[in-house]
Design a protein around this ligand. Structure first.
Ligand SMILES: CC(C)(COP(=O)(O)OP(=O)(O)OC[C@H]1O[C@@H](n2cnc3c(N)ncnc32)[C@H](O)[C@@H]1OP(=O)(O)O)[C@@H](O)C(=O)NCCC(=O)NCCS
Length: 149
């Protein structure tokens, strides 16, 4: 698809729980967060939560958590519905989180095998700074990336 996708970025809140559950299922399948995790990401104080909306539907979501004690914010999650990928939505969600965290650095972790997410992060200026070995349930490593904001 080459036609321009019209979407808006908006702040998300707990009213978006059902839509976020669908995004989580479509993006992460059996590795989805639990309902409690999703309620947490939509309600924990201080979190930055951004949704991408197209034709009344949530098509993407990202959240970031500023950690004042570390002077770093962490991307908690980012996902875009498969039908809307490669249209710049994740890049826009990431940029919106970066703009709102009021921290000098953003970090995130990603499965070593998640090459599409790695391409996104590296294209947007994130650098690999470490590895958490055996981080995921299946024993896969997490790569830790950081960007100076
Ligand atoms: C990773 C993900 C969020 C990317 O969303 P997206 O909206 O398709 O990403 P964008 O269109 O904003 O991509 C921006 C850039 O990232 C890179 N990129 C993103 N997806 C890519 C892919 N599948 N292959 C290669 N490069 C990719 C490209 O550089 C792209 O720019 P380009 O399209 O001009 O080449 C999406 O694939 C997704 O939801 N995946 C499942 C959930 C997930 O893995 N989340 C990350 C957890 S750490």
């Amino acid at each position: 698809m080459n036609d321009r996708l019209h979407y808006t970025l908006q702040v998300a809140d707990w009213h978006d729980l059902n839509a976020l559950r669908q995004i989580e299922k479509d993006c992460f399948g059996d590795q989805s967060w639990t309902l409690l995790d999703l309620i947490g990401v939509l309600t924990i104080s201080g979190m930055v939560r951004i949704k991408a909306m197209h034709a009344g539907e949530m098509i993407g979501f990202s959240a970031a958590e500023p950690k004042a004690s570390e002077n770093i914010a962490w991307i908690s999650t980012i996902g875009v519905l498969p039908a809307y990928r490669r249209r710049g939505v994740a890049a826009a969600l990431l940029a919106a989180c970066e703009a709102r965290v009021s921290m000098p650095r953003m970090r995130l972790c990603v499965r070593a095998s998640n090459w599409s997410a790695l391409r996104l992060y590296e294209a947007k200026g994130y650098l690999r700074i470490g590895v958490w070995q055996d981080y995921y349930k299946n024993g896969e490593d997490a790569l830790v990336l950081e960007k100076q904001l």
